[in-house]
Design a protein around this ligand. Sequence first.
Ligand code: PLP
Length: 429
Amino acid sequence: MTTKLAIYGGTPVRNRPLPLPFPGASVYGEEEKRAALDVIGRQSPFRYYGADVAGKTKQFEIAFSERIGCGYALGVTSGTAALVVALKSLGIGPGDKVIVPANTFIATANAVVMAGAVPVFADIDDSLNINPNEIGRLAEADPSVKAVIAVPILGNPCEMDKVMEQAAKHKLKVIEDVAQSCGSRYKGMHSGAFGDMACFSLQMNKIITTGDGGIVVTNQAELYERAVRYHDQGFFRDKELFEGMAVADVPFAGQNFRMSEINGAIALEQLKKLDGIIAAMRAIKRRIKDGIRGVQGIAFRKINDEEGDAGNALVMMLPDAQIASRFHDVLNAEGITASVLYEGRPVYMHEHVMQRRTADRDGFPFNFFTDFPSYKVGMCPDAEQLLPRCIAISLSPVFQESDADDVIKGILKAAEGLLSEGDQGQVHH
Ligand SMILES: Cc1ncc(COP(=O)(O)O)c(C=O)c1O
């Protein structure tokens, strides 16, 4: 039997698209609808006052802090806002540098700049997350480095014991940017429960979503107070809820990053579904991995804690960038939607990062340093080498086993076809 690859005109493995890569949104249902309508019915979409405020945002914060295992959680408007709030709560600003992993979404680096500090980039390892050894190297090279942001990428927890050890050694603050990995765990503890502060996103393609939204968590009362004030024009409106809490009670200028009651109500319903979403994605991921294990030329990224993987993406590593790019094209032609992770580029390759271009005058905040070294290609060689080799398939809780089986078929067909490219894609059985 001969199977021609779809890219050469053969029949694709799949004609219908795979389920969309929106885990939380794909399980929206009556619960979210009722929750949003209840807020509208009360004519009270603002968390702090209104005709009949249900307190949904507060309830969500309490439920989320309990779930993650942190003392305090604060709903905000986005994951990016959460990062800015965390940085400002920790007192990071002009004159400070913050370690950002080379592999992350641009928001992590942008937020550092929005806080008035500048990013320095850490290389990654085979997990595609920060290489903890980089923390010491960067901190020792520069006393302006004050904090590190650890980013568990696509469900894969960071090695937080090593990150925390390195950070403690060099007296750095730790922020976890858990935007992509809500519900992931490392050694039994939730991502987000390790650092001084952690940030989550509720944006559309996240594991739970309100369309847009974010959460900041911390165990430290004084950081929580600063976060609340920063996100609400310097106010701390419901401090009476925190009896016995050591409150500094000193207002300062802040922003408006408040979460609305409609978002809070939907977030509360999504949180109830988090375990189910993760269990379903993990089962699908396991099925696909088992189905393609041992295929020559396909490796998987290292998962730092298999038990704690949120399961929202399957990431395959191909032998080199050229094969990966070809594999990507072949898979997509078979109807298996796959992407090259971040177009194969570390985050510092974004033009505005390389050029240190900001919206501010005179290159602020980079102009705070007279001797700021240029960012350059080659800064993080492992990221530059690994990322173009990585192909990701996004999973969601509504994948059926038949969808997983199509993914397996597509990957096996692509792998076999690619190995016989000289054959014009004819796969011989
Ligand atoms: C790692 C990471 N950090 C931060 C963000 C920003 O979150 P948001 O889009 O909610 O601002 C995202 C995703 O969008 C992300 O993937």
